[in-house]
Design a protein around this ligand. Structure first.
Ligand code: ZN
Length: 475
């Protein structure tokens, strides 16, 4: 049974119009009347495709082979395939994985430190990073963050930090998809003693991970104010030459806005456009302080935007006009920001805030409906990363990044509207299983790929070192 989404209640049953493909995927034999070989069948689930028609298959199956989705449809299609493994998704929503478009996963080690303290970034975090950030901290802290993301149904994340090759190593170990930007900044960094040393580091990192099936290495110039124009332009040129994305914080700070207004009579977005940074390569995080003409520029230049609502309201910075950007066709995805800023890497936990804050901000309960929020968390995130041809929906030919969310829980019953349930009721703890590129990364709440207890022990150890440094008065 396939049902296109009709809010608020769906009535009747439409004929199945979900694509069933028996294409020449690796591992799928071309034998029309015989059962075809697949790797994994997820069946008996409530399949929310997030395709163009927002089709839902109430009792559906998703068939995976060679890391891709090769069939989607009513559960009956499963009999056309044979696979060594079947997951019974009874009582679960089966949907594309959540996409976290901006974070600093390794900063889990600093989570909860100096919250609610003025200027803690300069007083506390920058000195701690300078003293303590090394390969170990980035690897174990990053992996700890990735466990949290997997447990919350995130299958792809975009990250900016130091020693980003260690984040890549962690992502490969746990089996997550990631766009990873090595930070470039005009002061000495933990992994690059010279200002702008991150540029050379990035090029080595890109060479190391080019063509990786899970990792997309990227440039991460920190912000428009923390690199000079020459270096920003150099980043743009190198990114073009190496066909790599650029991740950057944009229009996030009031002093950033004031500085470009005073120095150049421009907004940060206008400045970046003037120096050639705005392009389809750029994923701009935050975009809180953007004008209507900035939004038009972001759209015209095909820039992706990472909307980190919860982190932005916690820091009392403001509400990014994500509703306007989304309506105008800007590529908007959702993000948690780093665990120092938002204290969580759980995208499902962001959904209700995104809906409710934009309703409040616009004094209109009808705006930012739940279906649009789920879109932003999945396909929107894929669009923000310019990866919508590969991920973000459950469609034949796409990479098999699929999650199962229990709907047979107290807060999800009764079940009228899947999007309302996901946005206003679901909890990260409702995520049952997570599949990335056809690999089962978490099953029945248990991460399958790495030793979670070991990671937690390492992170507790690093926490002890940080506590000792703070006690010695590093701030
Ligand atoms: Zn950030």
């Amino acid at each position: 049974m396939t049902i296109p989404y009709r809010s608020p209640f769906r009535v009747g049953v439409l004929t199945a119009s979900v694509a069933l493909l028996t294409c020449a995927m690796p591992g799928v034999a071309q034998q029309p009347r015989e059962r075809q070989a697949a790797d994994l069948i997820v069946t008996n689930g409530y399949v929310v495709t997030m395709n163009d028609g927002k089709e839902i298959v109430e009792n559906g199956a998703v068939v995976i082979a060679g890391g891709r989705i090769v069939a989607v449809g009513p559960a009956a299609i499963a009999v056309q395939f044979t696979a060594p493994r079947t997951i019974d998704a009874r009582g679960a929503i089966v949907m594309p994985g959540m996409i976290n478009t901006h974070t600093h996963a390794s900063m889990t080690v600093f989570r909860g430190l100096g919250d609610d303290v003025p200027d803690r970034l300069r007083k506390l975090i920058f000195p701690l990073e300078k003293a303590l950030v090394d390969r170990d901290l980035v690897y174990w802290g990053g992996l700890h963050g990735m466990i949290e993301m997997v447990e919350g149904g995130v299958t792809t994340f975009a990250d900016m930090y130091y020693f980003e090759d260690e984040v890549a190593r962690g992502a490969k170990a746990i089996g997550m998809r990631a766009v990873l930007g090595e930070t470039i900044v005009d002061f000495p960094a933990p992994d690059a003693p010279e200002p702008y040393g991150g540029l050379a580091y990035t090029k080595t990192f890109i060479a190391q991970y080019r063509g990786d099936p899970l990792i997309t290495p990227a440039f991460a110039p920190h912000a428009p104010y923390s690199l000079d124009a020459d270096h920003l332009q150099q980043v743009a040129r190198e990114a073009e030459a190496l066909d790599a994305p650029i991740l950057m914080h944009v229009a996030e700070m009031t002093d950033e806005v004031a500085r470009f207004r005073t120095q150049r009579n421009q907004t940060p977005v206008e400045y970046l456009d003037a120096i050639g940074l705005l392009s389809r390569r750029l994923l701009a995080a935050h975009c809180i302080f953007v004008t209507d003409s900035d939004i038009a520029l972001l759209k015209a230049r095909d820039v992706g935007v990472a909307h980190a609502m919860v982190a932005n309201i916690k820091s009392a910075k403001g509400v990014a006009p994500a509703l306007k950007m989304f309506k105008q066709g800007v590529r908007v995805g959702l993000a948690t920001d780093g665990p120092m800023s938002g204290n969580t890497l759980d995208v499902i936990g962001q959904l209700g805030y995104v809906a409710k804050l934009h309703k409040l901000d616009n004094h209109d309960r009808n705006v930012m409906p739940a279906v649009d929020v789920v879109e932003m968390a999945t396909r929107g995130g894929a669009r923000a990363l310019h990866m919508e041809d590969r991920i973000g929906s459950i469609e034949v030919g796409k990479l098999a990044d699929v999650i199962l969310i229990d709907r047979d829980t107290t807060r999800m019953v009764p079940f009228f509207d899947v999007y309302a349930a996901l946005v206003y009721a679901a909890h990260a703890g409702d995520v049952r299983s997570v599949i990335v590129q056809g690999r089962v990364v978490m099953e029945d709440r248990k991460v399958q790929t790495i030793n979670v207890a070991e990671v937690r022990a390492r992170v507790n150890g690093i926490g002890g070192t940080i506590r000792a440094a703070v006690a010695k008065g590093i701030q």
